[in-house]
Ligand binder design. Sequence first.
Ligand code: F6R
Length: 608
Amino acid sequence: MCGIVGYIGNKFVDSVLVVGLERLEYRGYDSAGIATISSGELFVCKKKGKLKALNDCLKEAGLGGNIGIGHTRWATHGEPSEINAHPHTDCKNEIAVVHNGIIENYQTLKEDLVARGHFFKSETDTEVIPHLIEENISEGLETAVRKAVAKIKGSFSICVISESEPDKIITAKFGSPLVIGLGKNENFIASDVTAILPHTKQVIVLNDGEIGIVSEEKITVTTPWGDTINKEVETVSWKAEDIEKGNYQFFMQKEIFEQPKIIETVISKKVTAGNIITLEEMNLSNNYLAKVKRIIIQACGTSWHAGLIGKYWLEKYAHIHTEVDVSSEYRYRNPIAEGDTLMLAISQSGETADTLAGIREGKSKFIKVLSIVNVVKSTIARESDGIIPIMAGPEIGVASTKAFTAQLTALYLFALQLGKLNYTISDTEAKNKLEGLIEIPKIMNAVLKRQDEIIKLSEKYYQKKNFIFLGRGINYPNALEGALKLKEISYIHSTGYPAGEFKHGPIALICEDTPVICLAPKDELYIKMISNIEEVKARKGKIISIATQGDTRIQSLSEDVFFIPECHEDISPIVTVLPLQLLAYHIAVKLGFDVDKPRNLAKSVTVE
Ligand code: F6R
């Protein structure tokens, strides 16, 4: 987590850095700071809290110069405070460093540095870096940085500036993401492309172990030993307006409303005339895919919920045994993986540390890895054998919404594709299912148009202290997703359960004051779901149902109902999740929270 930026050029350095940090604030917002060099002198300005506090202090400080680095923090070592905010400096305040990641051996390094007379100001792991650089600065900044990173263990990316060489930024990637943006007589560095998109679309993506030496005119990328690497300059396809909020109050709301268009785009790019599914970036031959006997899906959070739904489709359409794990468990359980196993990793950001570690675990067992990713230049995308890009555009709100439904669409297409290859689904069946999917954006739009009904529900229930979400079969993972959305942005305790399991304990939680949100579209488990709803009602639970239009039976059992239009039952999760996203959003707005930046969270979880 944490976001880092760097700039060298003729623009106002502090404003370029601040705009970059605004774009990266989703990666952490416990504190923010920047360092610049002006007239040969290093200036540092840092503040606890969100960027606004830093902005106020920058107005007073009036920093100048044409080189600078910036940081927005998600605290790991040391509480959120001004002292612990980055940039961190050496003993003489001549070298400044911003850092994203974790230094595992910082305690030993710090003890050694202190023994050698270095003076530390903060409790962070980061501060060892400027002191390590300081020890060899007489050999030049580049060499000093190389020698420092050689001593550090962990996962990190850094930007460094020094009064001794005010014409360059040294940047290094050892685990955490980093891109260099190319301009005319100016260059940029950032944790991800969204920070530099207003300035350039030309980027160099650094790989692990690469060090960049960035001046106004020139970018050199080397190995840790100093050998030059020829790097490809890539063009980013995202547009600058993709990272604007437009008329929406929060990015999350904008992203919820973007979903129908995204699904339409995914379908139009991946389903060609005659209902042929083309997943060309997959890079796996039909011959290979037809031999796959087992699939392991591993992912975190919302992406894991998408994986849980994907399992239903893969087993139903392709008859392939599918396991779904949260990555942080998968990587440590010594999983069995053989040649006929395919790993599916799902990640919006493509940088989640646990998911990446799961991929490396799979690759160490020589199985192929296919990743469903949004950020196609991410580490996960680059380390996988192939990818299915979900084409959702930049997702800025910390709570994932549009990536989820785009992941589901990709999983659905992949399951149909495998089913066709395995002859477990006929061409006619696949065609019917695709026709059902093509209808989905229209249905989604119809649901989103009824946002007002959800606003009314949020007004009625926003003061409740506990919520329960229930679903069965393919809609059970959406019970988990609905509960996650609500708790992460409104801080209300909420829990999701498979409705049939509820009576085995959690039903004890039911009381008159607890809203129970029941996902009950007309599907093959509808009758079973009705029985579970009756059980809750018998215990005076307040039922809010998400049900299929025209369902009078459920209306009689529920306190409130939100109706969704009829759709093919297998793909109903792409629709039933919409009212859950909107409910969480409007409850959080009603409670006055910063929906896009919920407390304690960061969008891209690059630490274990
Ligand atoms: C929840 C949320 C997180 C992410 C999780 C995985 O709204 O956004 O649970 O889904 O951190 O992130 P990615 O998909 O980037 O690997």
